[in-house]
Design a protein around this ligand. Structure first.
Ligand SMILES: [Zn+2]
Length: 435
């Protein structure tokens, strides 16, 4: 498992100038690497590999002084980033995706990455007969100090102040320095041991929406904070002010920074909310299984009336974080096919004859007479769908986890019933559906 820890760093004026110069260099390098590939594609119809470009980089470093000024590790990572974009592009072409997404020309680069290497360290034993023993240790990027700020070692730059507000865990492998509107940050990515999965006992399903951010299968609702709508007014004001400033002036720069800061704050608010929500979903009533829909948001944003609300809600991020936290803490997270979840009665399982529009907020069943909140009904359906898949009655989406994969293959699908965590399927009354 990989975890990334983010800390604010405070480079001095001189260090900042150097870093910005390196950013410019890396941007140029990345663009020329892109150009190199385009030429090879057009002229020779050939795909350039990463190692080819790395060889070229080594040659360039011998030839030009400005290449030698920047640590090779940063340059390698810039090439790797470019390679990743092209490999993904080629994959999309092979799969026949609608949007090919050709790698773009970069106007600027905002981050640089370097790997932390292992180096041999000699340990001398005090006993007579033992020889010198060499082990490989990974360099620690942090030098601890007695003051508030520790020091981050940056290649060819020296030490930069870093505020370690929480301790690092695991084995640090890579550091990325990022420049945002609010300042500089170090993202230290660490390798950790995988957390063993807990025994699934209590499950909860969530249905996401735009009226309420989310509704659980227990009928609890979470308000939609609508960050973008809230921020819209100020965004408009800042953008308007920006457009009135003279091109290239100092005031324009200041205004640009103001706008960027505003956007960053909105994004931070969203992240804060989602992080706390995911924590609440898992720890409230000690749930350890979370089930959600497998939504395809790229299709949904085509709806003109909802696109802004849907993009603002960033459900993709919510689901991604649910999965990440599940991996980190040993919980379970599953996504099921969203088809008909809001059109089916959760009590009798009959599909509604007429399609329910989004405006109708309660689900009234014509068959059994049940009346329930629309989102609550959908959340229950999601829960049952997952339960059905667990029992091997109907297979929906990639529900079966690696933990049970071998078991299922050896014993057949029916054996999936041994996971009796969803007793709700047999007695819907216990969830308060009867009334
Ligand atoms: Zn019904």
């Amino acid at each position: 498992m990989k975890l990334t820890f983010k800390y604010p760093v405070y480079p001095t004026k001189t260090q900042e100038t150097t870093l910005l110069r390196w950013f410019d260099h890396l941007c140029e390098l990345q663009n020329s690497a892109r150009h190199d590939r385009i030429v090879a594609l057009e002229v020779e119809d050939r795909f350039v590999t990463l190692s080819e470009q790395q060889d070229k980089l080594t040659a360039a470093r011998e030839k030009y002084d400005d290449f030698r000024e920047v640590p090779q590790d940063f340059q390698n990572h810039a090439l790797r980033r470019n390679d990743k974009a092209f490999v993904a592009f080629r994959k999309r072409c092979e799969n026949g995706a609608a949007k090919k997404g050709f790698p773009r020309y970069k106007k600027r680069v905002r981050s640089l990455t370097w790997s932390l290497r292992k180096y041999p360290k000699v340990i001398r034993r005090k006993t007579k007969d033992a020889d010198k023993q060499t082990i490989r240790v990974r360099e620690n990027p942090i030098r601890e100090t007695v003051w508030k700020h520790d020091r981050l070692k940056v290649p060819k730059l020296g030490e930069v102040k870093i505020y370690m507000h929480r301790p690092l865990q695991g084995d640090p492998k890579e550091v990325t320095l990022v420049r945002k509107a609010s300042g500089w940050y170090a993202h230290i990515s660490c390798e950790l041991l995988d957390t063993p999965k807990v025994e699934p006992t209590a499950a909860i399903a969530v249905d996401v929406g735009t009226t309420h951010y989310l509704t659980t299968s227990e009928g609890e609702k979470e308000e939609n904070p609508r960050w973008y709508r809230e921020a819209e007014g100020l965004t408009r004001k800042h953008s308007k002010d920006l457009s009135r400033k003279k091109l290239g002036s100092n005031r324009r720069k200041k205004q640009q920074h103001k706008l960027a800061l505003h956007h960053e704050r909105t994004a931070n608010r969203r992240k804060d909310f989602i992080g706390k929500l995911v924590y609440k979903l898992y720890h409230h009533k000690e749930n350890n299984v979370l089930i959600a829909e497998n939504l395809n948001t790229s299709n949904m944003v085509q709806n003109k009336h909802l696109s802004k609300s849907i993009s603002d809600a960033s459900w993709a991020k919510l689901f991604q974080w649910c999965g990440n936290i599940a991996e980190r803490d040993g919980f379970h997270f599953h996504q099921v096919d969203p088809k008909n979840t809001s059109q089916t009665c959760s009590s009798c399982g009959q599909k509604s004859a007429k399609k329910l529009s989004l405006a109708i907020r309660t689900f009234d069943c014509q068959f059994c007479g049940m009346s329930l909140d629309r989102d609550h009904n959908a959340a229950l359906n999601i829960l049952y769908k997952a339960a059905a898949a667990f029992r091997g009655e109907r297979w929906v989406t990639p529900l079966y986890e690696a933990r049970n994969k071998n078991e299922a293959r050896d014993t057949g699908l029916q054996e999936a019933t041994q996971l009796t965590l969803f007793d709700a399927l047999n007695k819907p009354k216990s969830l308060g559906l009867g009334s």
